[in-house]
Ligand binder design. Sequence first.
Ligand code: HEC
Ligand code: HEC
Ligand code: HEC
Ligand code: HEC
Ligand code: HEC
Ligand code: HEC
Ligand code: HEC
Length: 412
Amino acid sequence: MILRQKNKRSVLVILSLVISVFVLVQCMNSVNSEIEQSVSYEAFAGSEKCMSCHKDVYDKHLGTAHYLTGQPATENFITGNFNKDSNSYYYTPDILVQMQKRDSGLYQVIYYKGEEKMAIRKDIVIGSGVMGQSFLNWRQNRLFQMPVTYFTAAAQWSNSPGFPEGKVMTDRPITSRCLECHVTYAEGSGGDTLEPVNFSRDKIIYGVSCEKCHGPAAKHVEYQTGNPAVKTAKYVINPAKLSRQQQLDVCAVCHAGKMQKIKPSFQFVPGKNLADYFILDSVHNSSLAGGEVEVHGNQYGLLRKSKCFTATSTMTCSSCHNTHENQRGEAALFSSKCISCHSSNTTAIKTPTHLLVKGIEQKCINCHMPALESRAIAVYLQGEEKPRAALVRSHFIGIYPDVTKKILSNEK
Ligand code: HEC
Ligand code: HEC
Ligand code: HEC
Ligand code: HEC
Ligand code: HEC
Ligand code: HEC
Ligand code: HEC
């Protein structure tokens, strides 16, 4: 009897466990679907709303390439020159494209044999200008890439990357993909759900802003504003609290090179698994060995191949980057990140090459993460036969004998 009772009780316990697990799963499902549905324009607060409580982060964010990339094409976001002596690009001796300021905005004006044929307004600028800036133009609710791009390394206007030489193309449509990496959110329609072709002009969150890395945060703003005494956060994601893979995913959505999309990218939010949204492109050992890998945009793929990454369980992008600040050019700071794992006092680090380098504590990245030519970002400059490539820092941390040779010869 007693045994039976016990049995009955355990059946009850199990039953209630099953029920509570069921209820929990239901709850989780509904939380998930709540997040799923919440990625619409209305779920975002906009970065300006963060300023009142996170002023420090906000102020520095305005100086980052993330903020500056993908903004309305107003003068304060454009780096290229509009002055008469340097505002032109000749596609052929007869075809000229000139950058002009007019009352209604900034234009690319196309001339054939001196006669104006078309004036296209720059509506959106893509790129902070570290490497260059491309421009988009609205026609109804579609976006088109404009024929001329600013190439920073040469301080010149050039044809846009991938555009043909010798003829002006004005009808290259901009797909959703372009916006997915250069703005936080754009509400699309038309086409298929993966690649919408129409966009609502007034439902774009410009730049790679706070909410791209912290999730749409209108609810967080509402809650913290309504409960000023509460000093803990609700309805917002801190990547530092996610798993290593999820932390990497926050960045890899835009820094993993070519990926095949299987779900709408703007529906991805930090904390979700990127693998549910994209099939990642893997970097092959053969192309790494042959030096044929595209360094542009695939920091995630390259880093994953590096020994530093595979031999540790903690390395993420945040091991070296604080994305709240503009850290470009701070070689000493980055080298200090290397030294935090590779102490400069150990014998392991006193290699024959290292002993030849003066002030090595500031130079780790010169040899082990060299700036290499991008195959994708290359443009034709005026009067040059071959395309000129932008230099991109390789995230395959390794030993590059040729680069080392060059750097050592400069040391002497
Ligand atoms: C009314 C004040 C207020 C506003 C506005 C606000 N926050 Fe917060 N936020 C807080 C408070 C309070 C915390 C908890 C204390 C802390 O971590 O600073 C917090 C914490 C956070 C955290 C860390 C969360 C964690 O779990 O560690 C993030 C990320 C964040 N906020 C992002 C944002 C973003 C993005 C915006 C703008 C869209 C924003 N906040 C607007 C008050 C605010
Ligand atoms: C929505 C896409 C997107 C996400 C998410 C994103 N980035 Fe970026 N990131 C970009 C783009 C686009 C640029 C190039 C900006 C430019 O110069 O125009 C960039 C530039 C950078 C740069 C160079 C900054 C400079 O000063 O030139 C670093 C470093 C970087 N990202 C790191 C990260 C890290 C780390 C994360 C994750 C925490 C991350 N990014 C998340 C799109 C993204
Ligand atoms: C998969 C994400 C992704 C897509 C798609 C993408 N970009 Fe980028 N883009 C980046 C990243 C990341 C950088 C930063 C440089 C790097 O990592 O090589 C960048 C850099 C740039 C730059 C140079 C910015 C600067 O000054 O540093 C321009 C211009 C640019 N992209 C334009 C475009 C245009 C136009 C499209 C669409 C036709 C596009 N990109 C599509 C991720 C992307
Ligand atoms: C490119 C991605 C990215 C952008 C853009 C970004 N953050 Fe963060 N933020 C992070 C990451 C990653 C962390 C966690 C850093 C770590 O590992 O400690 C973080 C941490 C935080 C925290 C927690 C406290 C701290 O400072 O570590 C707050 C608050 C915060 N961010 C607010 C903001 C606000 C406000 C903005 C916009 C003005 C913003 N973030 C823009 C990636 C980003
Ligand atoms: C989180 C810790 C960590 C950081 C940060 C780190 N590394 Fe490493 N790195 C390792 C580990 C662990 C290994 C593998 C063991 C070894 O060879 O010492 C490694 C291996 C290497 C190797 C040998 C690569 C090969 O293919 O043989 C080089 C070179 C290197 N790191 C350079 C750097 C440089 C330069 C930086 C900074 C840009 C850096 N590391 C940052 C942990 C780290
Ligand atoms: C071991 C250190 C380290 C790690 C980890 C790391 N980076 Fe970097 N990253 C660097 C250095 C060093 C630079 C060059 C900075 C400079 O030139 O000022 C750089 C530059 C960049 C740039 C600008 C590229 C260019 O040449 O303009 C981007 C984008 C970037 N990192 C993204 C990422 C992303 C995304 C991750 C994670 C997948 C990551 N990084 C992880 C050290 C690191
Ligand atoms: C002038 C180029 C150069 C600079 C600067 C440089 N390295 Fe190296 N490093 C090399 C070469 C080349 C090797 C391969 C061994 C050799 O030839 O001495 C190497 C080897 C390594 C290794 C692998 C050691 C092993 O036992 O396999 C690590 C780790 C490393 N470097 C880290 C660093 C760190 C950290 C810094 C900055 C403090 C740095 N390197 C600066 C060129 C350089």
